[in-house]
Design a protein around this ligand. Structure first.
Ligand SMILES: [Fe+2]
Ligand SMILES: [Fe+2]
Length: 197
């Protein structure tokens, strides 16, 4: 009886303990946030952009701490696959900080945002194809769950929902330098994974 009723919860739990499922969900959240920034204006755009910057920074940091090192060691040709992904991530981070320094009302903001979106999508597709599918095949549930723990610790630092009171001055509160957020994310990921291993 109970088994039947917990089927759905069981699925959620499984996804929650699967680092690949978590990272692919973040790829979807990032896609949605790009759309939200594109489709909004004023303070709403500012707020959506803050959340996008934050999630991208946290997501790429988690990948660099958790899945890239694993892929480098464990996948055939992993060294080159990871070098290619890291180069794309470096380029995306530079484009992101350039955008972060711009006024969202600057006429160049949107074209640059859309260019970054294309690069980020291509990067995500390459990760899913050359890294994630192989990670699932070459590891066990315990290792997937430990890596998921690291990614969840990172994700906790990047809310994807709008701030309450977005219409107010709250949207203008500075996030602080992206580099500092990445450092804090690294610490959180290492702590989360270290506790289990
Ligand atoms: Fe990445
Ligand atoms: Fe990614």
């Amino acid at each position: 009886m109970t088994e039947i009723h917990t089927h759905r919860a069981g699925d959620d739990h499984a996804a929650d303990n699967d680092v690949v499922a978590l990272l692919m969900r973040q790829h979807g959240d990032i896609r949605n946030l790009f759309d939200e920034v594109e489709q909004s204006t004023g303070d709403r755009r500012k707020d959506a952009f803050r959340r996008l910057v934050r999630l991208l920074a946290v997501h790429e940091t988690a990948e660099e701490e958790v899945v890239h090192p694993f892929a480098r060691r464990s996948l055939p040709g992993g060294e080159q696959v990871v070098e290619d992904r890291l180069a794309e991530e470096r380029a995306a981070k530079e484009a992101l900080s350039a955008l972060d320094d711009m006024d969202i009302d600057d006429p160049k903001f949107l074209p640059r945002l859309l260019a970054l979106r294309e690069d980020v999508q291509a990067h995500a597709r390459a990760e899913e194809r050359y890294e994630f599918t192989h990670i699932r095949r070459s590891t066990d549930a315990a290792k997937l769950a430990l890596m998921a723990k690291g990614v969840k610790a990172a994700e906790a630092m990047a809310p994807t929902r709008p701030h309450p009171g977005v219409e107010s001055a709250a949207a203008n509160v500075a996030l602080g330098p992206v580099a500092a957020l990445m450092d804090r994310t690294k610490d959180a990921v290492r702590k989360a994974m270290g506790h289990d291993g």
